[in-house]
Design a protein around this ligand. Structure first.
Ligand SMILES: NC(=O)C1=CN([C@@H]2O[C@H](COP(=O)(O)OP(=O)(O)OC[C@H]3O[C@@H](n4cnc5c(N)ncnc54)[C@H](OP(=O)(O)O)[C@@H]3O)[C@@H](O)[C@H]2O)C=CC1
Ligand SMILES: CC(=O)[C@](C)(O)C(=O)O
Ligand SMILES: [Mg+2]
Ligand SMILES: [Mg+2]
Length: 404
């Protein structure tokens, strides 16, 4: 396939997005970079268009969006702003752990509420939360808190709501890290009281990363949204809380947009899609006679250890430019085939998220009393797949494993 043909195919695919201007620019960037050397890709700083205290208006590829940053909330300001508040972190999974420890480390009053003697209760004690002082059963923690941060699993939020709701009294703030419970209220039955602020701060990453980035002195990107503003302070509070729990840059959204994009993202590129693509490629290589080590290296190891971090640092064009002309030629040519195949699946996925089917499935599955064991079984099956067994051996050869 000639470059001209492949460019035409990619252009056609991109045009279906509905932006001819964007497509033209993307393709011309692609072709320019084929000739470019990697030295051209020094990090570039985009200067904010408007610099006001607390908020910047940034130009994201032609769209203006507001961004808030943690440097506007130094620790003294945070502590002062929340001096009369107690943050009640309800649930201590991945997010409860990351957000709770970060807020505690920044000097805020934080208590944790989880069911007594469960896995989370034990984990919280290990992390230094003290029963009777900073660790309580759910309802007790809520009664002590002024800002109720509902970080139970989405299914558990539904299940526990009848018991939790009466404690969310006038003057308190109801906080989520997902738009799920409120947007799918026909299924969750979660109707927040009318006299409290209802806000969302959703870190765009795992709770584990929320913690590690904070400890590195950086911060995770988060979204915030206001669903109900009774005090007139809901937005300011949400941004302050986003910083308190470890966010670096904070983007504005709505509950609906957050939950839909989040459910699509995790089922698509972030988790489900990449799992499917890895498996499919590994399987084809194996069926065509390649060894497990070769198939794994060419599918996962090179992706995570070499090429994807380059995308993370400077963008896809940088990664392409850092690879051979042979690789670039083929990658650009094959993009449109993958694009077309995946776009269909992603549209189907979006429909199923938007119409509530995915929420229904998640609520049903995760309400089972043995949800943890069911997942353990599925994760065990994944761990035992040949691809990931081969991966274990590949990773065991890394130098850090040989240090004594
Ligand atoms: N995981 C992540 O990184 C991200 C999560 N989010 C959102 O943050 C929220 C929390 O998610 P996450 O941290 O993953 O937590 P999980 O989904 O892993 O939920 C774990 C918590 O829910 C509790 N729980 C489960 N079932 C029940 C029940 N029936 N009654 C009482 N407690 C129960 C568990 O307690 P026990 O140990 O006692 O079972 C545990 O404390 C969700 O809204 C999620 O969508 C947002 C961004 C990223
Ligand atoms: C980590 C995150 O943001 C996810 C993938 O959306 C989630 O865990 O729900
Ligand atoms: Mg997410
Ligand atoms: Mg999610």
């Amino acid at each position: 396939m000639s470059f001209r043909n492949s460019s035409r195919m990619a252009m056609k695919a991109l045009r279906t997005i509905g932006s001819r201007r964007l497509a033209t620019r993307n393709i011309s960037v692609m072709s320019r970079n084929i000739a470019a050397s990697t030295t051209r890709f020094a990090p570039r700083l985009t200067t904010p268009m408007v610099q006001s205290r607390g908020m910047r208006v940034m130009d994201f590829a032609g769209a203006k969006e507001n961004v808030w940053e943690r440097s506007d909330w130094p620790r003294e300001k945070l502590v002062d702003y929340f001096k009369n508040d107690t943050l009640a972190i309800i649930g201590y999974g991945s997010q409860g752990h990351g957000q709770g420890l970060n807020a505690r480390d920044q000097g805020l009053n934080v208590v944790v509420g989880v069911r007594k003697d469960g896995a989370s209760w034990k984990q919280a004690i290990e992390d230094g939360w003290v029963p009777g002082k900073t660790l309580f059963p759910v309802e007790e923690a809520i009664s002590k808190g002024t800002i109720i941060m509902n970080l139970l699993s989405d299914a558990a939020q539904t299940e526990t709501w009848p018991k939790i709701a009466p404690h969310i009294t006038k003057g308190k703030t109801l906080y989520f890290s997902h738009g799920f419970s409120v947007i799918f209220k026909d299924q969750t039955n979660i109707h927040p009281p009318k006299d409290v602020d209802v806000i969302l701060v959703a870190p765009k990453g795992s709770g584990r990363t929320v913690r590690t980035l904070f400890k590195e002195g950086r911060g995770i990107n988060s979204s915030f949204a206001v669903y109900q503003d009774v005090t007139g302070k809901a937005q300011e509070k949400a941004i302050g809380l986003a910083v308190a729990v470890g966010s670096g840059f904070i983007y504005q959204t709505t509950f609906k947009k957050e939950v839909v994009s989040d459910l699509v993202g995790e089922r698509g590129c972030l988790m489900g899609g990449i799992n499917g693509l890895f498996l499919a490629q590994y399987q084809v290589l194996r069926e065509r006679g390649h060894s497990p080590a070769e198939a794994f290296n060419e599918t996962v190891e090179e992706a995570t250890q070499s090429l994807y971090p380059l995308i993370g640092k400077y963008g896809l064009d940088y990664m392409f430019a850092a690879c051979s002309t042979t690789a670039r030629r083929g990658a650009i040519d094959w993009t449109s085939r993958f694009y077309e195949a995946n776009k269909k699946v992603l549209n189907d996925l979006y429909d199923n998220v938007e119409n509530g089917n995915e929420a229904k499935r998640s609520l049903e599955y995760n309400s089972a009393p043995n949800y943890r064991e069911l997942y353990d079984k599925e994760l065990e099956e994944i761990r035992n797949l040949e691809i990931w067994k081969a991966g274990e051996t590949v990773r065991s050869l890394r130098p850090e494993h040989n240090k004594h």
